[in-house]
Design a protein around this ligand. Structure first.
Ligand code: NAD
Length: 324
């Protein structure tokens, strides 16, 4: 199987690529992988193995149609992770989010349709649903994104879906909750807090810390994405939920404990604009249809993640220096 992975030098795309090369997913033995990545501030070649015989790295942009036309033919599947992914950055400047997340998806879908390469798996997020006070979203719930990031991911989804309805392209969409694990950029909550605490600096907690998120280990998310790639249905949407629902305060409590710190290290800061209060997925469809069940318990995965950042300062210290 020959798979094109966009955004494969980022946190989740690189984990997926390493898993494919290791044969960690069903039907992934001997997979040949092409990674297409622009290497923005979030892309990092150190996330990928060097010199692997079944990995080809292409430095480029998903909005570059001519490049896609050369690259896409000959693949058996395209897994589309490439995106601008940080909500805070989308609040201060959304244009690049629209370029990559919407126009990039349209270019990719267009070239896949013309080259007859499918499935195209669009890796989306639970954030497209907006915020829910109680209960859970299933895949038929309306999209009501609140941040420019979430709006661009929702628009990318709709664009991808239109290629299924209009051009008959086999498009599959996944909507996962918050991921955590090794190699995540230090701008995101868990690595930001861990690296601050390991460096003896305080951590900034938005608002009252009561915003609730579901957490999923990146390796469970990648396994689910691969199941959708090899067994999902054309035109389907799959929620990928983690069962672990925690407020940011509860996550902070655990991180303080794991890093040997206490609440004196926490600074409450003014809330993010438009901050969604609660996300909650009904993930029964992917369980029923594809037999997906997450394997990594949050407390175990979080302890491993903190250990990884403790053991790998050479990976994250340069990112600290590059922070705006
Ligand atoms: P990330 O920011 O770590 O990685 C994104 C990658 O895309 C980087 O390597 C970057 O260089 C690359 N990229 C950006 N713009 C590009 C372009 N124009 N052309 C080619 N490559 C480009 O993001 P992540 O956390 O790994 O997320 C990957 C995908 O999963 C995203 O689509 C995101 O919306 C989705 N997702 C993330 C989470 C999460 O918790 N991190 C949860 C659900 C879904």
């Amino acid at each position: 199987m020959k798979i094109l992975v966009t955004g494969g030098a980022g946190f989740i795309g690189a984990h997926y690529t390493r898993g494919l090369l290791a044969g960690a997913y069903p039907d992934s033995d001997h997979a040949e992988v092409t990674v297409l990545d622009k290497l923005t501030y979030a892309g990092n070649l150190a996330n990928l193995p060097t010199g692997h015989p079944r990995l080809r790295f292409v430095h480029g942009d998903v909005t570059d149609r001519a490049l896609l036309q050369r690259l896409v033919p000959g693949h058996d599947a395209v897994v589309h992770f490439a995106a601008e992914s940080h909500v805070d950055r989308s609040i201060t400047g959304a244009t690049q989010f629209v370029c990559t997340n919407v126009v990039g998806t349209q270019c990719l879908a267009d070239v896949c349709a013309a080259a007859n390469v499918a499935p195209l798996v669009y890796v989306s997020t639970d954030e497209v649903y907006g915020s829910i006070a109680e209960g859970t979203w299933d895949e038929s719930c309306p999209l009501a994104p609140n941040s420019p990031y979430a709006a661009s991911k929702a628009a990318g989804e709709l664009m991808a879906r239109s290629y299924w309805r209009t051009h008959g392209l086999d498009v599959r969409i996944t909507r996962c909750s918050n991921n955590y694990g090794p190699y995540q950029h230090i701008e995101k909550l868990i690595p930001h807090f861990v690296t601050n605490l390991l460096s003896g600096r305080p951590v900034p907690l938005y608002g009252d810390g009561g915003n609730v998120r579901e957490w999923m280990h990146v390796s469970d998310h990648c396994r689910a994405v691969h199941l959708v790639t090899v067994k999902g249905k054309a035109g389907s949407v799959y929620n990928i939920g983690g069962d672990t629902s925690l407020s940011n305060k509860e996550v902070t409590e655990r991180l303080l404990r794991l890093c040997g710190a206490d609440w004196s290290q926490v600074r409450y800061v003014s809330d993010r604009r438009g901050h969604d209060r609660r996300y909650a997925l009904d993930a029964s469809l992917i369980r029923k249809e594809l037999g997906f069940v997450p394997r990594i318990a949050f407390d175990e995965g979080l302890a491993d993640t903190v250990r990884w950042y403790r053991d790998n300062p050479a990976w994250w210290k340069p990112l600290e220096r590059a922070q705006p």
